[in-house]
Design a protein around this ligand. Structure first.
Ligand code: SF4
Length: 342
């Protein structure tokens, strides 16, 4: 199927410019997201990939303005949704956007679903909060939504509680809640990580179908490049709070440029190769308090590191049309970091 593309002059659905999000530790703030810029066009699926601690979830919580109060803070940059600066909205205005225009699904639905309310009650609450409908209509819509996400016997499931459902079914309920008001943007944070492989494939298929039917954009946050290959149009690879590579999904798999992306690719199990142990990436993402201020943040784990890697901070720059990378193995990355880059 040919996807519709955003018109050249269309305002991006989401535009993040130079975002810096920090966390307070002791008296100081440390940035978990450092000057990240990206755009998400309408109807696109953008994958954000990286290990735990690379800043991908913090970025989505910044968009939703759900950072832990008093600890997490957007410290710089802009987040615009349909041209409106989300940082400047009141909590009331933001509440109208959350759940209606932008919604989110999480890895573990039990943390998002309330165990003491029925499934029906929880979906209806979303609908009643955002739409001018009565309870009877909300019940009807809830049943239709559950049906649309492949839940069998939705009429009786609305009376059940989250613990009565399997993990896969709970994730489908979460998706039903997230799409209840037909959001323009769905942020899916590791939505299939807690599920077994077959259920994972079903949920990805479901998300793809819903995206096409509802014409929405999806930000798919994952550590799994396999998930990205299944569903995404564009991929952003993050490491230690920064974007290290960005391109479309086919190009990334054909021609991964950043050493970190190449290692992530090597870690994907291959069907046609028998191996005793899976490839891993040695070492850990540096903690936000110990982030190198100069040089490449991946230098202490990079198999291709050179002495200059700790002296030059690589800029995210186009190496080929439509393919950006931040690594000094590529000439354009040696230029000073540009402000306001996409
Ligand atoms: Fe590796 Fe150097 Fe490139 Fe960083 S800049 S990814 S350390 S080669």
């Amino acid at each position: 199927m040919v996807r519709k593309t955003a018109g050249q002059n269309e305002t991006p659905l989401l535009e993040i410019k130079e975002l810096q999000t920090g966390f307070k530790i002791g008296k100081n703030y440390y940035n978990a997201v450092e000057k990240v810029s990206l755009k998400v066009d309408r109807r696109k699926i953008v994958g954000i990939v990286g290990e735990s601690g690379c800043g991908k979830s913090v970025m989505s919580l910044s968009v939703m303005q759900l950072l832990p109060q008093g600890i997490g803070k957007v410290r710089g940059g802009e987040i615009k949704f349909e041209g409106r600066n989300l940082e400047k909205l009141s909590e009331r205005e933001m509440n109208k956007i959350r759940g209606k225009d932008i919604s989110m699904i999480f890895q573990e639905p039990m943390t998002a679903l309330n165990p003491v309310f029925t499934i029906g009650y929880q979906i209806e609450e979303v609908l009643l909060n955002h739409e001018k409908i009565d309870k009877k209509e909300a019940r009807k819509k809830s049943i239709a939504l559950l049906k649309s996400v492949g839940i069998p016997r939705p009429e009786s499931i609305v009376e059940e509680y989250p613990h009565q459902l399997s993990g896969g079914m709970r994730q489908r309920v979460m998706i039903a809640m997230a799409i209840a008001c037909q959001p323009k943007l769905l942020i899916a944070d590791e939505p299939t990580t807690a599920l077994d492989v077959t259920v994972q494939a079903q949920i990805l298929e479901l998300l793809k179908d819903i995206q096409e039917v509802n014409d929405m954009a999806i930000i798919m946050i994952t550590h799994d490049l396999g998930v990205v290959s299944e569903i995404c149009d564009e991929v952003i690879v993050m490491y230690a709070g920064k974007i290290v590579e960005r391109t479309d999904v086919m190009e990334l798999f054909d021609n991964p440029k950043h050493p970190y992306t190449q290692l992530l690719m090597n870690a994907i199990p291959k069907m046609d190769e028998e191996v005793e142990t899976l490839a891993t990436i040695e070492g850990l993402v540096p903690s936000i308090q110990k982030m190198p201020q100069v040089g490449c943040r991946f230098a202490n784990r990079c198999p291709k590191a050179m002495p200059e890697c700790t002296q030059i901070t690589p800029a995210l720059a186009e190496d080929e049309p439509g393919h950006e990378v931040a690594c000094i193995l590529y000439e354009n990355s040696k230029q000073p970091e540009r402000v306001g880059d996409r």
